[in-house]
Design a protein around this ligand. Structure first.
Ligand code: ZN
Length: 144
């Protein structure tokens, strides 16, 4: 607006109107990443199965467990896993019986979490009966 005022010092009203119309039409034609809804769209971006690209969960479902969203663990075989924690993962099916054996989260039992579409293991489903809390720990390499 300042630029227009400087360029047209005697005719402020006309150029200002033009300026507004341009902005409006730009918004209509390009609802892309520059629009106002950017933050919202980012949250709803699906995180997908690395194998079959099915939607598994979204960033909006991200939660922290013990103060962290991302965790790194070793399984009993010495293999390292990086997992991210999510409240829900509608693209997962939970398999196996809950067990507390070797659980990475104290007080939580775990089950396997597989892709609902291609059945690849994506992580684990954790639940604490005492705290009445559940979450998914999904491997950063498998849910992308
Ligand atoms: Zn899959």
């Amino acid at each position: 607006m300042q630029l227009l005022t400087i360029m047209h010092p005697g005719r402020v009203e006309q150029p200002l109107q033009l300026y507004r119309i341009q902005l409006t039409s730009q918004k209509k034609n390009r609802p892309g990443p520059e629009s106002d809804t950017r933050g919202k769209e980012q949250d709803e971006t699906p995180l997908i199965c690395s194998h079959c690209s099915s939607a598994i969960t979204t960033d909006r479902e991200a939660v922290t467990v013990n103060g962290q969203h991302e965790h790194a663990f070793f399984n009993p075989a010495g293999i390292a896993f990086e997992i991210r924690c999510f409240r829900r993962a509608p693209g997962c099916r939970i398999q196996g019986k809950p067990t507390t054996e070797f659980s990475w989260f104290q007080g939580y039992s775990w089950q396997f979490a597989h892709c609902n579409n291609c059945l690849l293991q994506l992580g684990w489903f954790f639940q604490s009966a005492r705290q009445q809390k559940t979450f998914f720990g999904l491997m950063s390499s498998k849910v992308i």
